[in-house]
Design a protein around this ligand. Structure first.
Ligand SMILES: CC(=O)N[C@H]1[C@@H](OP(=O)(O)OP(=O)(O)OC[C@H]2O[C@@H](n3ccc(=O)[nH]c3=O)[C@H](O)[C@@H]2O)O[C@H](CO)[C@@H](O)[C@@H]1O
Ligand SMILES: C=C(OP(=O)(O)O)C(=O)O
Length: 438
């Protein structure tokens, strides 16, 4: 178990470049399975989850070549389908959430796809019904081995398009179904599709490979199946969750930070939500500039004067992956705010660590927490903590950087899942952070 030691209370300053988006990369990497031609991908983040998926693809027989920082080529022309019934596959596939998205492309191209119960954050129930119901609507047969917790879909005669209304706008579920449907016979219509920038990017990539997807960016996708897909070149967007994390870091440490090349047009409602906490988010070209909040920041209230409530929702709503960060920066705001995590039931439990540090938070139930901000009149106090999940981990790291004294965070592999070379990048803007050998 890795550990960070953090000396808090220092102002940071400078520029930080966001890495490529983790959750886009996981979709895009799975899409390389859809063609036997070479696919080149740029801006792949060097993070644990992505490296695990690249390793899985390699074990499946994909030819992987790193040709520069963040740039790889992939060629899936000689896959080893026996790997899918190996013990190694159970380990590789169970190691991250994103591995679930190999099923759609394998089903679409080879008529069968398998996956052990995928890993990822333990943040509540994470069911896969949407994925498999979608595959079944395309004509696949589904089986689930309860003992091994192993999922399988098969369509020996190929897939056929049709209409489907998803029960929920699942991000990885939509990506999986789209990747199966691009090679199905006829037209597939997916209503209540997720439409995150990750999905938009995936559809853009698939169209550049020869797929025929329309409605990209909306919740109604129409996919005309094609016989085969070819190679392409694709660049991954900057990570919007990382960008939000740096906005939170700047506010909480009252530092002046510029986040470079953020691709502002794809950030959706994210800047607006930070502004609701009173944080100044300035657009400078394609950069975000956060000035030093020397006078603190004040939570806005609704028009009718009622208490601010920040909650998550499927895109274009506010991503649940940034709510933990919103919660931590609210602990130093002027005013109170209700944080409502609607999607996941175990993502707010990390507040006990913040309470230990002196934050005023009432955990109302697993989904809701009321935060009464300190307005910097009282600094959080350093402590020792363990990172329960990726976004709680980064939130605790932000809290530690703002706190008085030296904190210790264990289980930082959770942070390494999604943040590239984080201590070096934080040191370059003045943070006092050290990785201790495990
Ligand atoms: C690898 C990856 O890309 N992971 C992301 C992906 O996970 P993932 O694709 O696994 O998440 P889903 O979109 O399937 O669902 C997330 C949760 O929200 C619930 N739900 C979802 C849609 C809906 O309309 N109503 C609803 O209640 C689901 O029941 C589930 O508990 O999307 C999540 C939601 O943005 C993010 O937190 C994860 O970081
Ligand atoms: C929950 C997340 O990741 P995963 O779905 O991979 O567990 C996340 O990125 O915040």
């Amino acid at each position: 178990m890795g550990t960070f030691r953090i000396e808090g209370g220092h102002r940071l300053s400078g520029e930080i470049y966001p890495q490529g988006a983790k959750n886009e990369a996981l979709q895009i990497l799975c899409a390389v399975l859809l063609t036997d031609e070479k696919v080149t991908i740029h801006n792949i983040p060097d993070i644990l989850d992505v490296n695990k998926l690249i390793n899985l693809l390699r074990n499946l027989g994909v030819k992987v070549e790193k040709i520069g920082k963040g740039t790889y080529t992939f060629q899936s022309d000689e896959l080893d389908m026996d790997y899918l019934s190996s013990e190694q596959f159970k380990i590789d596939g169970g190691g991250l959430r994103g591995s679930i998205m190999i099923v759609g492309p394998l089903l679409g191209r080879f008529g069968k796809g398998f996956i052990p119960k995928p890993g990822g954050d333990k943040i509540g129930r994470r069911r896969l019904d949407t994925h498999f119901e979608g595959f079944m609507k395309l004509g696949a047969q589904f089986r689930y081995n309860k003992e091994d917790r192993f999922y399988g879909v098969e369509a020996p005669d190929g897939l056929s398009g049709g209409f489907m209304l998803l029960e929920e706008a699942s991000v990885t579920g939509t990506a999986n179904i789209v990747m199966a449907a691009v090679l199905a016979k006829g037209t597939t219509t997916i209503y209540n599709a997720a439409c995150e920038p990750y999905l938009q990017q995936l559809c853009k990539m698939l169209n550049s490979m020869g797929a025929k997807i329309s409605g990209v960016g909306s919740n109604l996708l129409t996919i005309e199946g094609v016989e085969r897909l070819g190679g392409c070149e694709h660049r991954i967007l900057p990570d919007m969750v990382e960008i939000g994390s740096w906005i939170g870091l700047a506010a909480m440490t009252r530092s002046e930070i510029t986040i470079k090349d953020v691709n502002w047009d794809m950030l959706g409602i994210i800047p607006t939500v930070f502004r609701k906490l009173g944080i100044t988010v300035e657009k400078k070209g394609d950069d975000i500039h956060i000035p030093a909040h020397t006078q603190g920041y004040e939570v806005q209230s609704f028009i009718d004067g009622s208490i601010m409530n920040i909650s998550d929702a499927p895109w274009p709503g506010f991503t649940p992956d940034l709510l933990s960060i919103i919660l931590v920066i609210a602990t130093q705001a002027r005013g109170s705010v209700l944080i409502h995590q609607k999607m996941f039931e175990s993502r707010l439990f990390f507040v006990d660590k913040l309470i230990d540090m002196g934050a005023k938070i009432i955990l109302c139930d697993p989904h809701r927490a009321t935060v009464i901000g300190h307005d910097f009149k009282s600094q959080l106090k350093a402590t020792t903590m363990t990172s329960p999940d990726i976004r709680a981990g980064i939130s605790l790291l932000i809290a530690a950087l703002s706190a008085k004294g030296t904190s210790t965070i264990h289980n930082i592999e959770q942070i390494d899942r999604g943040y590239e070379n984080i201590e070096e990048r934080l040191k370059s803007i003045g943070a006092k952070i050290e990785r201790l050998d495990s």
